[in-house]
Design a protein. Structure first.
Lengths: 154, 154, 154
């Protein structure tokens, strides 16, 4: 396995500043060798890239861009907590909430963009369990939100 | 406790083939002695038994049948991963997402069918924590989706 | 850190009776040093304080009261399981589902009431990861539901 920090450089990905929490909570909590992240929104420089629902104003390809931003935000939080992504031993699980019109059923297509980016960065250790659900609305009117569980070196 | 594999035979339950993931993820991930499953849909031979929402086209008894199918699919994944259900030490948690018309509030009745099947199979070790939420829409227009956490022998 | 049981007394908070599960599941399951709680509703003496959705019949301040009740119910379950809240080493994660009209986007404001109460009781050990999502409807037509993961002394 190529170390994830090296792999990020190969892919030309620069992680953003770790985003602040939107309320009275913290971005992540470690218990044993599990790291639970808070729900991450597609914020870029403190603002949502776009707002709205899939099946209405937000297209699948737009939301896939959002999903990649969510992964970058998540990894920036993991790096801020651990010092380096190389201390991640695997990605355990993603829970993806997609703001959806009542007839939008392609939540997996949207979330695949996040899953594939994790696999690109972590290789086989990036393969994770996943749950995908449509929701009517999310904080700040975000198109999607993802929370993550990572396994890390203790 | 009757071993779960023996109990399955007593109940006359045959598990299906483990269903494939619907995207760029894997059916389950083990970390320590916890097994996190992906969100499971009521697929039977690769197709949803039915589509739609509770409180509209899908009845509670239909959705209870779906919930049992979801449990069978989940157990087929656990068996494929562990070799035998007898390595499960307990069912920890179910998160159930039920596609719901805005006035449908009987999500617990639907999920009870899943919870009771787990108790029939695992006895006291099948007793689990549970969360139930209504959602507007799920992947493939499924009536429900459940994700699971199991505790297993390391 | 002031022990949480002492802190509860300082704050003048009396925990209710631990609420019963609304179906074929149990209020919490311990695995290792993690305690997974079931989704908690704002029940008081067995009844919801109110029903309905945020952005419709339920105001943010009403729902904040509900969120505090949910925390008290959750802590009553933790105490019933462990004997004392002093065995909690930290609050790991909250997942908050807020019944929301399609244009209600202040789920974090509602959940902050829960997060802040945990911090008041557990101090720095009450700081947790959090996910917030809007949903169309919840069991019993509750305005919100929260599930919790606590880390405890083994």
């Amino acid at each position: 396995m190529v170390p994830p920090e090296e792999r990020l450089r190969e892919l030309g990905i620069t992680l953003p500043e770790a985003p602040a929490a939107l309320g009275s909570y913290v971005p992540c909590v470690q218990t044993g060798n599990l790291l639970f992240l808070s729900g991450m929104l597609p914020l870029r420089e403190g603002k949502l890239i776009r707002t709205g629902r899939l099946g209405e104003s937000v297209s699948v390809s737009d939301a896939q861009e959002d999903a990649k931003q969510v992964v970058k935000n998540a990894l920036s939080i993991v790096r801020a907590h651990l010092g380096s992504l190389d201390k991640v031993t695997r990605c355990v699980k993603l829970s993806g909430y997609v703001a959806s019109a009542p007839d939008f059923i392609d939540q997996p297509k949207v979330l695949n963009a996040a899953s594939e980016l994790l696999r690109d960065i972590f290789g086989d250790h990036g393969r994770h369990a996943r749950v995908a659900a449509g929701v009517p609305v999310l904080p700040l009117n975000a198109p999607l939100e993802i929370d993550f569980i990572f396994e890390i070196k203790e």
